[in-house]
Design a binder for this molecule. Structure first.
Ligand SMILES: NC(=O)c1ccc[n+]([C@@H]2O[C@H](COP(=O)([O-])OP(=O)(O)OC[C@H]3O[C@@H](n4cnc5c(N)ncnc54)[C@H](O)[C@@H]3O)[C@@H](O)[C@H]2O)c1
Length: 366
């Protein structure tokens, strides 16, 4: 198969779909790889690194798109990239289609076979290609939250750990999945008072076993969310219903009980966000204020630390990417249920249940 990777054009996105190590894997299995010039530079990889791994560098993104059977990216294709879509092209990347009807329609209309990292799902419900970026985003969420709690950035002015003789900050983490667990690790490590809410009692039990009385666990319902928010300096939301739009569980009416300058980091923004007022922001202007509450809603948080994120992502995506390249998408999805679940659009149809439900599209079972 001919595989291509292009420079990401999303604002301040510095990751890249393929590392030189992944290129080496594809090439050693007999595939041809094209990389757009300077695509990996912000992740710490020069064109020479890719050439040494066996890739060919092309000057223009257009040539990489047109010559490749499968494009391996990081973020969802943006409007200027739609013109490169064509019948039968495989795009293997994060798509988050439930939050983007236009892209869904374009992929279907142009017959793209799209495989979304975030819906590749194992038998036990785990999402192996979402996990590494969620680990990064959960950790970063606490760092960014702590930063925006500082007074010069508009925050209430509390240090997460406090110091002897002062109170510790209250951090509420909603969703105890990968984002949540990573955020808990950081927030507990920084000495904050941590409360975690989830609808999955098994996860809460696990956290209770691991952290004992260093975290408070609460079942996630409207009452507990409202009460926890009223006491919170920092809220981190990492809720997810796989493939579907994020539930709007943080209501605007709760803000009246919160201290001005408190911060909400809505990590779930890439699935539409979990507050009623969330809208995507970028790294160069990451926050906005509603009712004195600071909202951090960057949809590509791991893009801020590309040297970590690109490698972590490739460690997970290479396995399924290689199966698709070696077997062809059709055989790969028949042999691998996780890959089948990753296919979001196929031959003009929507093949991901959550996406179909989001836009009332006919669901085509593969
Ligand atoms: N903004 C970014 O840059 C970025 C980066 C990585 C991941 N994400 C997003 O973060 C979100 C979480 O990812 P994850 O890997 O942790 O998912 P996950 O599946 O591991 O965890 C999601 C958790 O949410 C819980 N949940 C579902 N509904 C809930 C509710 N009503 N109340 C409380 N908990 C609820 C689930 O039980 C689960 O434990 C996803 O939307 C993902 O796309 C965003």
């Amino acid at each position: 198969m001919i595989i291509g990777s292009v420079r990401e054009i999303k604002k301040l996105e510095s990751r890249v779909g393929l590392t030189p190590s992944s290129v080496k894997e594809y090439v050693s299995h007999g595939h041809k790889v094209y990389i757009e010039k300077n695509a990996g530079i912000n992740s710490g990889f020069s064109d020479d690194d890719y050439i040494n791994a066996g890739a060919e560098i092309l000057d223009k993104a257009m040539d990489v798109w047109n010559k490749s059977d499968m494009i391996v990216k990081v973020k969802e294709p943006l409007e200027p990239e739609y013109k490169f879509f064509r019948d039968g092209l495989i795009i293997y990347t994060y798509l988050h289609l439930a939050a983007d009807e236009t892209l869904t329609q374009e992929l279907m209309k142009r017959g793209v076979k799209s495989v979304a990292y975030e819906t590749i799902e194992l038998e036990d419900g785990k999402l192996p290609c979402l996990k590494p970026m969620s680990s990064v985003a959960g950790r970063l969420g606490v760092i960014e939250g702590a930063k925006h709690l500082q007074k010069p950035l508009g925050g209430s002015g509390i240090l997460l750990s406090g110091v002897p003789g002062t109170r510790r900050a209250n951090v509420t983490i909603i969703g105890a999945g990968t984002v949540g667990e990573s955020a808990i690790k950081m927030a507990v490590g920084l000495g904050a008072n941590v409360t975690v809410l989830d609808i999955n009692v098994e996860k809460l039990t696990y956290l209770d076993d691991i952290y004992g009385n260093r975290v408070n666990t609460l079942y996630s319902n409207a009452h507990n969310i409202q009460e926890s928010l009223a006491k919170s300096d920092l809220v981190i939301s990492g809720v997810l219903l796989p493939g579907a739009k994020a539930p709007k569980i943080i209501k605007k009416e709760y803000y009246k009980d919160m201290a001005p300058g408190s911060v909400i980091v809505d990590v779930a923004i890439d699935q539409g966000g979990s507050t009623e007022v969330s809208k995507p922001t970028y790294h160069d202007n990451p926050t906005f204020i509603v009712d004195d509450i600071i909202h951090y809603c960057v949809a590509n948080m791991p893009g801020a630390v590309p040297q970590t994120s690109t490698v972590a992502l490739n460690n997970s995506t290479i396995r399924y990417g290689l199966m698709i390249a070696n077997l062809g998408l059709e055989k790969a999805m028949n042999l691998s249920k996780p890959i089948k679940l990753g296919v979001n659009t196929y031959n003009g149809k929507c093949t991901c249940k959550g996406v179909c439900e989001a836009f009332e599209l006919e669901y085509k079972v593969l």
